[in-house]
Write a protein that binds this ligand. Sequence first.
Ligand SMILES: C[C@H](O)[C@@H](O)CC(=O)C(=O)O
Ligand SMILES: [Mg+2]
Length: 434
Amino acid sequence: MVHGRVSRLSVHDVRFPTSLGGHGSDAMHTDPDYSAAYVVLETDAEDGLKGYGITFTLGRGTEVVVCAVNALAPHVLNRELGDIVGDFRGFYRQLTSDGQLRWIGPEKGVVHLATAAVLNAVWDLWAKQEGKDPRTLVSCIDFRYITDVLTEEEACEILRQSQVGKKEREEQMLAHGYPAYTTSCAWLGYPDATLKQLCSEALKDGWTRFKVKVGADLQDDIRRCRLIRNMIGPEKTLMMDANQRWDVPEAVEWMTKLAEFKPLWIEEPTSPDDILGHAAISKALAPLGIGVATGEQCHNRVIFKQLLQAKALKFLQIDSCRLGSVNENLSVLLMAKKFEIPVCPHAGGVGLCELVQHLIIFDFISVSASLQDRMCEYVDHLHEHFKYPVLIREASYMPPKDPGYSTEMKEDSVKKHRYPDGEVWKKLLTAQGN
Ligand SMILES: C[C@H](O)[C@@H](O)CC(=O)C(=O)O
Ligand SMILES: [Mg+2]
């Protein structure tokens, strides 16, 4: 039984100085400090349960997302949790369609990242209080703008059909987990020696799928891709990620030169808004056996709808904090199922692995019912700051067993990494003379 009135919303700017080690670097984001706008919801219920939600940011700008969360707060404060989740579609729409705030979106950018943080906290709190059936889940989706490809009835039918074999798939997940790939070895800012060392450690740990960052310098890419392909051998899977660095013809040309390293996919070859550009790249690279993957910076379900309609991608990458939380991610999982495109989520960042494991394991059990061409990203940074960190066994995500959305950070971590007054930042800023 859902209960409690939301009595407090607090939001923290939490940053980790990952740029110091080059972690997370790519062709466009050369110095990311993995960060989060971290939301805590409290209610007046006696159980004392809290909801924790995050959205992922890269350092500077987190303060802007924090402002946007505060601007959304009046929609949440003093509301009964039962009323919120009892009409979750309506609540989602209230947040995303605020008559004034939507002008600085709509359903995209800072205001949508803030929406994700708030809604992730609501899902965390709700999940701690009770379980959900498929009908309830569909009732959380806002179908506005996607009914031309997916209606509520079709969504229910997909979920109904996927009931077959559900028990076996649950058991399979509990025994073997969900297959993962690693991005941790080959950030763009890593020197070759680090790449080699991390790659050989990953091989020892049983990893069989690797992603390498490309896109800044072709000769560098050729050297690094050769190095990693030689290390992992011809059979293991290699993916490449350009983080939006190229124009359309440049992407085709560059990837033609990297084709000898047999990448399964090229991720974000160009602007995430360029649907027809992605379609052109997909078409040009298909004969080389290279698929296009994208999604970590797709603003919303509408962009995913069009990417699917335009046959612009071969692998779809949902993001638990870029889209409007579970609500919007559900709609994308269902559209991907309808178009038979495998979902391979974006993870990493701060807490993205913790969140997205719930979505992808749900996808396997209740939507796609398939592991064909599917895997979830894994990055091994910052898990130690979470109270319920992901558990990886034999290069697979083992299903989380604690109630909630695994979003709660350790109090001490939040305190030390609060920007700019946490201990870690005070020291760093003083050393930099700020
Ligand atoms: C800036 C981020 O680290 C980005 O490079 C992550 C990414 O593209 C991925 O994990 O994929
Ligand atoms: Mg990427």
